[in-house]
Design a protein around this ligand. Structure first.
Ligand code: SF4
Length: 350
């Protein structure tokens, strides 16, 4: 059976980063606590003890602002609402400046077994450009603290395409990655921020990152994601393989019974609707299953079975002929060197 994932969106941050497009609000303890109670209310409304869940992902926002007791409360509520496997992958996103030794041990004891640390870069110039509150030393220390607290599965987020980045500063980043030995690295291109010569710089740095991470033994398995063998994010793979997932919290998306939904991106409306006993869903545009399979699956470097393309013979043969798609055994995939053109390629199937 295709087991489900659970995504919980905690929409609070100490301050809003200028480049971030996620739904978030400034952290204050009272509204954050109230939001948690409403997320648990939503869990109750979506309760389905027959739904087998084997991944939980607490994202945001900055869930590392939660204390371990609050995280434990969310996980206990999840266990009462769904059939959560004892061997689930349970990931929490964390900002380096929030990580301390004791709470990390408590988080591990609460069941969190994977940390995704938003280092973004290990270069001071980059972190200053991004106006992050942590410095490079704190980012390195965060990974060490996580390891010492018993986290074997640690992912590091990097942002590339910054005007401050050069091939040489990227090399320094990968030297740090080589020393830290995370199990997973996500590489995101800075988006929605005007930058000189962005496209050429992004492509150069992205392909440099691909080569460097391959040299360190990481498998490039999704546009932005690289993992040591066996350490791909089990939760995120569900998104790209059309497995079901429950999304909880303001702005969270879910996919259940073949239907996409998204919760309202409005804290007050989210709470008001839930308190009245209704689900806080916004209207969403639905892609039909054939298109959705391609749009999500082509993000994976190994592609998807060629049979998925049979409803689109003209588009597929054009893209194959022009080299924007390629056969990989029984699959069709976007060739690695064309992966930055993914959005244009997907445009043929939307
Ligand atoms: S801390 Fe993370 S989620 Fe919050 S605004 Fe910055 S990038 Fe976005």
């Amino acid at each position: 059976m295709n087991r489900a994932g659970l995504y919980i969106h905690f929409p609070f941050c100490r301050r809003a980063c200028f480049y971030c497009h996620f739904f978030k609000k400034k952290f204050k303890p009272d509204p954050a606590g109230e939001c948690l109670r409403h997320i648990e209310l939503e869990m109750g409304l979506r309760r389905d003890p027959g739904l087998a869940v084997d991944t939980v992902y607490i994202g945001g926002g900055s869930p590392s602002l939660l204390n371990p007791g609050q995280v434990s409360g969310l996980l206990e509520c999840a266990a009462k609402s769904f059939s959560v496997d004892g061997k689930s992958e349970i990931t929490m996103e964390a900002n380096p400046e929030d990580l301390e030794a004791t709470p990390l041990r408590e988080l591990r004891a609460a069941g969190v077994n994977r940390l995704s640390i938003g280092a973004q870069s290990f270069q001071q110039r980059d972190l200053r450009y991004l106006r992050r509150t942590h410095d490079a030393a704190r980012a390195i220390q965060a990974v060490d603290l996580a390891r010492n607290a018993g986290f074997k599965n640690v992912s590091i987020d990097l942002i590339i395409g910054l005007p401050t980045q050069t091939a040489r500063s990227m090399e320094s980043n990968f030297r740090v990655i080589a020393a830290l030995k995370p199990s997973h690295v996500s590489v995101y291109i800075l988006e929605g921020v005007p930058r000189p010569e962005a496209d050429a710089r992004d492509a150069r740095l992205y392909h440099q990152a691909r080569r460097a991470l391959a040299g360190l033994g990481f498998v490039h398995y999704e546009v932005s994601n690289f993992a040591r063998p066996g350490r791909a994010s089990r939760h995120n793979l569900k998104y790209w393989r059309m497995a079901p997932y429950v999304g909880l919290g303001p702005s969270a998306a879910g996919f259940l019974d073949g239907r996409d939904y998204r919760n309202v991106s409005d804290l007050r409306r989210y709470s008001e609707v839930l308190v009245r006993g209704r689900l806080p869903e916004a209207r969403t545009r639905q892609l039909n299953a054939d298109r959705r399979r391609i749009v999500t699956g082509l993000r994976l470097l190994k592609g998807i079975p060629a049979s998925a393309f049979s409803p689109f013979p003209d588009e597929t043969s054009f893209l194959l002929r022009e080299g924007f798609l390629a056969r990989r055994g029984r699959n069709i995939a976007v060739p690695e060197e064309k992966i930055l053109l993914l959005n244009e390629i997907l445009g043929y199937f939307i």
